[in-house]
Design a protein around this ligand. Sequence first.
Ligand SMILES: [Zn+2]
Length: 480
Amino acid sequence: MRSLTFLVGARLAMIAALALAACAGADDRSESPQRLAIVGATVIHPQRDDAQARAPDSTIIVSGNRIVAVGPAGAVAIPYGATIIDGRGKYVVPGLIDAHVHFFQSGNLYTRPDAADFNASMPYAKEIARNQARLPATFKVWLASGVTSVVDVGGPFWNFTVRDAAATTVAAPRVAVAGPLISTIDDPPLDLGDPPIIKITSAADARALVRRELARKPDYIKVWFIFRGDANIAGDEAIVRATADEAHAAGVPLAVHATQLAVAKAALRAGADFLVHSVDDAPVDDEFLQLAKTRNVLYCPTLFVHSGYRLALSNRWQPTAAERRLADPQILAMMHDLDRIPREMIPERVARFIAMPGPDIPPVIAMKNLRAVWDAGIPVAMGTDAGNIGTLHGPSVFREMALMQQAGLTPLEVLRSATTYGAKAARRDRDIGAIEPGRLADLVILDDDPTVDVENLSHTHRVVKDGHVFEPEALMRSIR
Ligand SMILES: [Zn+2]
């Protein structure tokens, strides 16, 4: 064996040289080594307690698309011929997971005509066609931000095609999907023949739609539980229960959009497995926490999305440093189209926003509820709702994680949410979300310590997905 392997200490200079060679000439095509060794890095294990989470001077060995060894650099043998990445001074975390995205939306102003109708300046059909054609670039921006898995919690039936495309694309995150949302209300502006949202008025119709979606093997069935003052919450709860029963009979969990405390509780009673938004109208109470805990529910706080709408539709949206580097440049270039759209073509609602933008305040109730839900021991999965106006695919994860940290989670807890619990949301918690032998090789190599500040999660050196190594700058160059 000795002749086939060499130990780390003796070869550091060579490692540096090899690491440089491995990067030279890299573009959007990744390296796809049979064997990969990341040598001498601080490996972060977010699933462990604070005291055990950091393992300095560690080496990770990847063979094909799996992690095969992790341990102290002096004790892990590097296979002969392995591609070596010098990890000294670097930090390695599991690939990030965004548990709440929508590929049918782009994040620009034209992507939700039900919220702001810009059809006069950009027909919605053109926006949807653009989003479909741009999918390979959208996949790349996710990887460039270190996000190696996403959960699309609802869209048109063509969402299933998105999942198929990601599964056969090297430069793409792993994608789990739900199909059209089973909704308590209608949303005609989004209906181009394959609507993302379908109004259902009876339990029988709910079961029929679930069966149509089950034929496509969804990862989730999703309910849009929108409650307005005059609605019948008990009647809607019965529809959600029928939806849950039909999904559960096929072994598929139920994701629910429910933002008010009373509605979220109704969703939990009806069988929700995954709440994709915060409760944001009132503090969560013991009844809610008890329901969520005993039913083993996942909670996704989705804190930034409303600010995204407010900022973009009042023409005050500004890219963060991470977004300037890592967002789709096509979308970035559109974010200030309100500067050039003639006044008479700006929707009335948006014109009012521009005139009176109102304060940009963080979602205070949702942030307090995040801390309460976390302290109750309910697993919290990080998710952005990316694709909504102002919430861009990829680097919006850094806005979301900053708000989670601001809500009182430690950087390590935020990372646990984006990996350990994200893997649960992606329904792959044995395969992804941790750096352990046997797991899929989805990793992010960082220049700075993410346990000091979640901001450092955007300081990405390399991204490894399925054993392929990507350089963020090269991914971004390839879509310009
Ligand atoms: Zn959503």
